[in-house]
Write a protein that binds this ligand. Structure first.
Ligand code: SAH
Length: 457
């Protein structure tokens, strides 16, 4: 029996999907923080649960050749990255293995070859979106990150996976709060004003939006705040006050008040321009997004005659790339502002063969199908919870030649592929892409073909 505070010698034989090393004591699984598969460690048990225990390394007996020094000084405490103690190559192999494990265990698809994860040449400063929580420290306002599994704010000046502009915005807002005694929000009491400093940046255009999330629709000295931000950020295009008066963990509220400049910014991906607003989804790693989308479009195998459904289309990014090679693209998205942006993006890019519907894919697609509208190629890019079974069922009935599945969660991907492979589709290719270097997250793009068409696809 494993007990708290026991110190055990463990061989690390695997990794959890969050990047913890897995060892075993008499068959009982022990998740060791910061351990890498292949290592031998002496570890102290810090928590015992029903099916596993958690341990902390006391001493290394054998170190992995893939171990390296984390580049971030707050790596151990911050909840953002979990793989900085490994070489970048090793993190890519780890992510591929996560996809394989999920496909095998959940999807029953152990026989499928998974390609090597496509990584970045320079996996730093890759994020175009930051959201820093703000709180009251011992000597004034602080901002940084939530600690792992907690809401304790760890103050930090820089983050090397973010675009540097986000650090400048954070610095300016903290300075504004100090200078004008503007109180930070307190999660425990629900009192206070400033909750988050968020930024969105167009990597290509250099346009930046700063979003101040506050509990009320008025904050003091906005003119001074804007001029402090302008001084720090040359490409400042927009300052938005987002009002979130609700308790809880949701970062952004629904109301946006433009304090300076435009209410949106623009970025470019490949040859197309996209409008980005505070609430709509836009991929956070633009360099890898181009790679991901090109893969997805390659898998779609478009020749110019196809009708394509782009489900969970956000602001219509994939739709507009597909539209350049297809007869028609129908996008479906649940956030109305995103659909409005998708339509404006069509106009801006002179694309005339897209149409967008607001609503849940599982509601809209059956309606379209009932009206006799069918897709030759379906592209889906759902949130973490994956596709609703009602949607998958309609896709099976509709039987498009190809389904291209873009996923940010290998376990729901595996669940959905299991359904589709049991109902007339074959998985042709699985390509992981590293959209979130140094975190345990992995994006995957999958090509599936209708079994009846498999020879042609
Ligand atoms: N393909 C887009 C967006 C992907 S993110 C891109 O690459 O930018 C997933 C999107 O699905 C989000 O925009 C979210 O608002 C939307 N969404 C979530 N649930 C949905 C549902 N049931 N039906 C349609 N869209 C949904």
């Amino acid at each position: 029996m494993v007990r708290k505070n026991d110190v055990l010698e463990l061989e690390i034989t695997g990794m959890t999907h969050e990047g913890l090393g897995v060892g075993r004591a008499d068959g009982f699984a022990i998740f060791v923080q910061g351990a890498i598969d292949g290592e031998k460690v002496r570890a102290k048990i810090i928590k015992v649960l029903k099916n596993y225990a958690v341990a902390r390394i006391e001493e290394f007996i054998e170190k992995s050749p893939y171990r390296k020094e984390p580049f971030c000084p707050v790596y151990k405490r911050c909840g953002g990255c979990s793989l900085q103690h490994m070489s970048y190559e090793k993190t890519l192999a780890f992510k591929r293995q996560v996809v394989i494990d999920n496909l095998t265990r959940i999807g029953g698809l152990g026989n499928i070859a998974v390609k090597k994860t496509i990584g970045m040449d320079k996996p730093y400063n890759y994020r175009n979106k930051a959201q820093y929580p703000v709180g009251e420290g011992k000597s004034g306002p602080i901002s940084g990150f939530f600690a792992k599994h907690s809401h304790e704010i760890i103050a930090s000046d820089t983050c090397d996976i973010q675009h540097p502009v986000s650090d400048k915005a954070k610095k300016a807002v903290l300075e504004y709060m100090r200078r004008y005694s503007v109180p930070a929000y307190n999660e425990v009491t629900g009192q206070g004003l400033i909750r988050y400093v968020a930024t969105k940046t167009g990597f290509y255009t250099g346009e930046t939006m700063v979003i101040i999330v506050a509990t009320r629709s008025k904050i003091p000295h906005t003119r001074e705040l804007v001029s402090m931000l302008k001084k720090e950020i040359p490409g400042l295009e927009s300052v938005v006050l987002n009002v979130n008066s609700k308790r809880g963990n949701v970062i952004l509220g629904e109301e946006n008040i433009t304090l300076y400049g435009n209410s949106t910014i623009t970025d470019r991906l490949g040859s197309l321009y996209f409008e980005i607003s505070p609430l709509s989804f836009y991929q956070v790693n633009p360099v890898q997004t181009e790679i991901l989308y090109s893969k997805a479009i390659e898998y779609a195998g478009l020749t110019g005659t196809e009708t394509v459904f782009d489900l969970y289309c956000g602001i219509g990014t994939i739709s507009h790339f597909a539209a350049q090679k297809a007869k028609k693209v129908i996008g479906v998205e649940v956030v109305p502002e995103a659909v409005e942006a998708a339509r404006r993006n069509a106009v801006r890019n002179n694309i005339v063969n897209t149409e967008f519907h607001v609503g849940e894919a599982e509601e809209i697609v059956p309606q379209l199908y009932e009206k006799g509208i069918r897709a030759d190629v379906v592209m889906v890019d759902p949130p973490r919870k994956g596709c609703d079974e009602k949607l998958l069922k309609t896709l099976v009935d509709m039987s498009p030649q190809r389904i291209v599945y873009v996923s940010c969660n290998p376990s729901t991907l595996a669940r959905d592929l299991k359904y589709l492979t049991a109902n007339g589709f074959e998985v042709k290719e699985v390509q992981p892409v590293d959209m979130f270097p140094w975190t345990y997250h992995v994006e995957t793009v999958v090509l599936m073909c209708a079994s009846s068409e498999a020879g042609k696809c």
